[in-house]
Design a protein around this ligand. Structure first.
Ligand SMILES: C[S@@+](CC[C@H](N)C(=O)[O-])C[C@H]1O[C@@H](n2cnc3c(N)ncnc32)[C@H](O)[C@@H]1O
Length: 249
């Protein structure tokens, strides 16, 4: 594997973000740091949990509506997936696209992205798959491909990880990335019963708790800190005023 693909996280930047985030009265860390190789594997396990309904729901929507979605994307589109993860959902869309000009999965978790892209290439031999390991909140280059239009696919409610002003910036970047006539296919969750939401982010097997604690372990591993992740308790709560889930450890 190409070493530059391992992670798009710069250690100095990581350290600065951790110091800034943990110095705040209400401590906060950018969600991208959850996803190192360990975090990405834990997220895949979360997607299979009974309580974590979003993945099943989105897969169900795709099974029913992928033909309409593909029609809206149009022929010869260049599909760019932000926060691509394990590339599970996009297969249902790719199966329906009309002669796609290429597929560009973008993710900050480089090792995971490379292995998911390799697997996809094996299954979709005629598809030009070009993974980009990058932080999608910053500038990144998309390979030039002759295409009818660019379409960004952004599923998994990943947009919900951002504060409203950050989400606004991100959507403006997407508009620039796809250009005039480009498209965005966005998957976001809706408000629902607090108990359903909180269970989804605090499952009975403790996988989400392990996912959260891995961020502390990652700070220990990469920044030589001395957190004891096991001494932290995971708590997920629904903030109804903001319609968002918050997690503390
Ligand atoms: C909630 S998961 C969704 C994964 C997949 N798209 C899905 O729908 O199941 C978020 C994904 O976005 C990636 N990610 C999070 N923040 C990112 C950032 N700032 N830049 C690039 N990738 C990011 C993570 O590595 C992870 O794969």
């Amino acid at each position: 594997m190409n070493a530059t693909l391992e992670t798009s996280v710069d250690t100095d930047r990581f350290r600065a973000d951790v110091l800034r985030g943990l110095a705040r009265p209400q401590k906060r860390l950018p969600s991208k740091y959850f996803y190192d190789a360990v975090g990405s594997k834990l997220f895949d396990r979360i997607c299979e949990l009974d309580e974590y309904y979003p993945t099943r729901t989105e897969l169900g929507i795709l099974r029913t509506h992928a033909p309409e979605m593909a029609e809206r994307c149009g022929p010869r589109c260049l599909l760019i997936e932000l926060g691509a993860g394990s590339l599970t959902k996009v297969r249902l869309l790719l199966d329906r696209l009309d002669r796609p000009a290429g597929f560009v999965p973008v993710d900050v978790s480089g090792e995971h992205l490379e292995s998911a892209a390799d697997e996809l290439r094996g299954e979709y031999r005629r598809l030009d798959v070009h993974p980009v390991c990058a932080d999608f909140t910053a500038d990144f280059a998309v390979p030039a491909r002759a295409c009818h239009r660019r379409v960004v696919y952004f599923p998994g409610s990943t947009l919900g990880n951002f504060e409203p002003a950050e989400a606004d910036d991100l959507l403006r970047n997407v508009a620039r990335l796809v250009g005039p006539g480009g498209g965005l296919l966005l998957g976001v969750d809706l408000r629902k019963d607090r108990r359903v939401l909180e269970a989804a982010y605090d499952d009975s097997l403790g996988v989400t708790a392990a996912f959260n604690r891995n961020l502390l372990a990652r700070i220990d591993r990469e920044l030589d800190a001395d957190f004891d992740p096991d001494s932290f308790r995971h708590r997920a709560f629904y903030n109804a005023a903001q319609s968002r889930i918050g997690c503390t450890s």
